[in-house]
Design a protein around this ligand. Structure first.
Ligand code: GCB
Length: 598
């Protein structure tokens, strides 16, 4: 599905939730999809798992079926719900029925999925609606009129989370490959013509110092309709600012500029959001939108015209105490609540787009957000198809979240190995991000060229990113933390520099002297030395995002005493206990906040 068909702000639309209990079949051999000759089954094949296996006579042979005793909750990964699926990577067929009595004449219905990891084939009443790849971005398919029944619509989704060298991410990652329908599912009900996407934001072109001085701000908007809107009008309202205006529309896109005074700008210190309403053809979409300007000025990052230092927290989309993917508002509150306790003002959402509850809560709580696509380590950079897959995920991420004031950085990848073909691939993603959204900064987490004398930040990709971001592990993946004392840094680019990762492993509750690996004391020492080194970073040093806020599951982490399948670099352990390093970082953040108070 192309991102241009994506319907955004689904919470604001009429919908029927399909969350809840679904039935499932585990299908490691893809028997429901392929015949025994390994060709795709034809639509009406009674043995295809998208078909409802009703037996009309006892002589009939049936070799599959859905049954209430085999059920999974949606949203949710399957790994945490069934012991036998903890390590499973393959196909699972999800099935549920739903009614669609409320659909009125002229209305349309779309099946919307917040995310399915990784490959989803969607079937309704025996017909295929479409296929989507990419485990962390939303998609929707229209339900053709002729397929809709008032009741007992038979919905089947084949979900396959197998890793492949030609996918994004590829086979090798340092996180748990949770499978399933991991985010909300709903039927969206829309008028015949409706607003599909929109973007309302502070006009990035204005000189923000001048706007503030003159109390004259320009908010720019664009609205994309699902199909040529023909005649009609869109009413734009910002009630709190007493703003209401009708715009006549023609064609499939509307663009407008609004001049406003008395605008309270959004910032971490004052995460002001306004209700913005867009009414068209009987439907009113309402959103909570913040207005702010993000830019780089020389080697500094400026928010609303003032320098900002990013006091980061990095998170995976995972709830450690339940060992599962995060999906709900409560989950977001837990993770972002911890980041607030640390006194972070920035979140790096690693290593893939997180669910919308997280980015919306970041807006409301005042976090600056780095959002990224899972172009991670060794993607096949030589493949045009892989590049296309990465671009689709990038576009879906930006389309869903471009109205979030919190998001200041789109990241196109993490620790990709330097080569001309890699750089061309990544540059193409940067160009794409810029062409979709020129109001934000684009970056990628790079690696350091370590040297005994001077650590060199010279990845050629740095020439194209707005911020130079590096992951560095001095004292963990090489040497001991005291290395930081003599470390020198050199950056080839006159751009803001941030440390997008730095960290050391420690098992929560394991105490020893500071030279003992895996002890909380080692990790504490690591951060003490790092923080002392930050003082000596080159000019333009603009933030740090410690890896990672909370321990997370990774099948790559197999030390039997200290890891047991967990990456232990969290400054909070899997039970929610803060390790000693938490206090060290918290103190540093308090000091940086005071030093950079705006
Ligand atoms: C990295 C990766 C991150 C890993 C981390 C680690 O550089 O970007 O995904 O989890 O190191 O713990 O080694």
């Amino acid at each position: 599905m192309a991102a241009e068909n994506l319907i955004i702000n689904t919470d604001s639309r009429e919908s029927i939730s399909l969350n809840g209990t679904w039935q499932y079949i585990v299908d490691p051999y893809d028997t429901g999809f392929y015949t025994y000759r390994f060709t795709e089954r034809s639509e009406g094949d009674p043995e295809a798992y998208w078909n409802n296996p009703v037996t009309k006579h006892r002589s009939e042979r049936r070799e599959h079926g859905y049954h209430p005793s085999n059920s999974l909750q949606v949203p949710g990964d399957w790994n945490s719900q069934k012991k036998e699926l903890t390590y499973y990577e393959g196909s699972v067929w999800y099935q549920r029925d739903f009614d669609l009595r409320s659909l009125k004449k002229g209305e349309r219905a779309f099946l919307y999925f917040g995310a399915v990891n990784y490959e989803a084939h969607v079937y309704l009443n025996g017909k295929k609606l479409g296929m989507h790849k990419g485990g962390f971005t939303p998609f929707n398919f229209e339900i053709p009129k002729e397929l809709i029944k008032k009741e007992d619509n038979f919905l089947v989704v084949k979900v396959d989370n197998k890793r492949h060298p030609q996918e994004v991410p590829t086979v090798n990652v340092d996180w748990w490959n949770y499978g399933g329908i991991t985010r909300d599912v709903k039927v969206l009900i829309t008028p015949d013509k409706f607003i599909q996407q929109y973007n309302v934001q502070l006009d990035p072109a204005q000189d923000i110092a001048e706007s503030i001085a003159q109390d004259r701000f320009v908010v720019t908007g664009s609205v994309d309709f699902n199909r040529d809107a023909g005649k009609g009008s869109v009413t734009v309202k910002i009630p709190e600012l007493d703003f209401t205006r009708d715009y006549a529309v023609s064609g499939d896109r509307l663009e407008f500029d609004i001049e406003l005074a008395d605008l309270e700008l959004w910032s971490p210190e004052d995460p002001k959001l306004y209700n913005v309403e867009l009414a068209y053809n009987g439907e009113t979409l309402s959103d909570r939108i913040g207005f702010r300007k993000i830019e780089t000025v020389g080697n500094e990052i400026h928010l609303n015209g003032e320098r900002v230092f990013l006091r980061g927290a990095t998170i995976h989309e995972e709830i450690p105490q339940d060992v599962r993917r995060a999906y709900s508002k409560e989950d977001a509150e837990q993770l972002l609540g911890w980041a607030k306790e640390l006194n972070a003002n920035m979140l790096r959402l690693a290593h893939y787009p997180h669910n919308e509850e997280i980015t919306r809560l970041a807006d409301a709580m005042g976090f600056l957000v780095w959002s990224e696509i899972p172009v991670y380590w060794t993607i096949d950079f030589s493949s045009d198809e892989v590049l296309e897959k990465a671009k689709v995920q990038l576009e879906e991420m930006i389309t869903r979240d471009r109205n979030r004031a919190s998001i200041i950085i789109w990241s196109v990848g993490n620790e990709t190995p330097v080569s001309p073909v890699r750089t061309a691939f990544m540059k193409s993603l940067i160009d794409k991000a810029k062409s979709l959204d020129d109001s934000r900064l684009v970056s990628a987490a790079l690696e350091v060229h370590y040297n005994p004398e001077t650590n060199h930040i010279n990845d050629p990709l740095g020439a194209y990113t707005d911020i130079v971001s590096v992951n560095e592990y001095l004292g963990w993946y090489g040497g001991t933390p005291d290395m930081c004392r003599t470390a020198q840094w050199e950056v080839d680019y006159d751009k803001p520099l941030i440390i997008s990762e730095t960290g050391a492993g420690a098992k929560g509750g394991f105490h020893a002297d500071r030279e003992t690996r895996w002890s909380e004391e080692y990790q504490e020492w690591y951060y003490q030395e790092q923080i002392a080194m930050f003082e000596r970073m080159p000019e333009g040093f603009s933030g740090v995002a410690p890896w990672i806020l909370v321990d997370f599951r990774s099948p790559k982490r197999n030390h039997p005493e200290y890891q047991e399948g967990w990456n232990r670099k969290g400054i909070i352990d899997e039970k929610g206990n803060k390790k000693k390093a938490f206090a060290v970082l918290n103190k540093y953040y308090d000091e940086m906040e005071a030093a950079t108070a705006r």
